[in-house]
Design a protein around this ligand. Structure first.
Ligand code: 16G
Length: 242
């Protein structure tokens, strides 16, 4: 398993081996992994080498440390495909996870100029502002702030947004959701994100801003979200032009 003759650095071999054990479910979420000393003795390698491998796995979100207790296996990240416009509820259900929301605030506000421009409406037009934590199997995944023109996405209630917004728009309002543009940016969790996502200060988050459109081209939502970078990764398949 560890080949000392190989040109591949030993820390990297150990890292790949542990990753393999995690990805194949041999090491389970929240299971403690052997200590630095145990790995060093087992494979006759230095503790420095083991430390380097474990540090990389912690930084990449495969492992987490607890002070005084040891190093543990993290839950695997949710892979989110960047093709296909799906809702959070659909994404989590498809993975066999139970989606839920924790509502933080829900109000109607007048659209400020920038928001009005993005939603293609006049300034001060009433918009719903919805802040909710999105959870999968009761674990916080993302903090989402959604803006929707109130005279387009009519009749929202707490009950509806505690379930699925997209389902309501499509099934009850009979509007056709067609496409979205979004940008993804790396950042560090701010105070509100630390609180609602239950992460440590300074944890990495992925900030996503999405504008979604109905079939006739009307923008119907602007969503700003912060996803936990230790729980989420975005996957994109690309085709080379022929
Ligand atoms: C996703 C979308 C969000 C949409 C929500 C609807 C991203 C970045 N955001 O979270 O734009 O409003 O799904 O989910 O993917 P729902 O139908 O479960 O309420």
């Amino acid at each position: 398993m560890i080949d000392k003759q190989s040109p591949i650095p030993i820390y990297h071999q150990l890292e790949e081996y542990i990753k393999h054990l995690i990805e194949n479910g041999i090491l389970k979420p929240d299971e403690a992994i052997p200590s630095e000393r145990e790995y060093a003795e087992q494979y006759q390698i230095s503790r420095m080498t083991v430390r380097q491998a474990l540090n990389n796995l912690v930084n990449d979100g495969f492992l987490y440390r607890q002070k005084g207790r040891g190093t543990f296996v993290n839950k695997q990240k949710v892979e989110q495909k960047l093709q296909g416009l799906t809702s959070f509820t659909e994404d989590m259900k498809e993975r066999g996870m139970v989606p839920s929301s924790r509502l933080i605030s829900f109000e109607i506000i007048p659209a400020e100029p920038q928001l009005a421009r993005k939603l293609g409406i006049k300034e001060n037009t009433p918009v719903y502002e919805i802040k909710r934590v999105r959870l999968a199997d009761n674990l916080p995944m993302a903090l989402e702030t959604t803006y929707l023109p109130a005279n387009l996405v009519k009749g929202l209630t707490e009950e509806i947004i505690n379930k699925s917004l997209y389902q309501y728009i499509e099934e009850k309002l009979a509007l056709t959701i067609s496409e979205a543009t979004q940008q993804i940016e790396a950042s560090i969790a701010k105070e509100t994100e630390v609180k609602h996502l239950q992460v440590d200060t300074g944890s990495p988050v992925l900030l996503i801003v999405r504008t979604s459109f109905l079939q006739d081209g009307t923008p119907f939502e602007l969503v700003k979200s912060a996803y936990r970078a230790d729980r989420y990764k975005f996957v994109h398949t690309m085709q080379r032009a022929s």
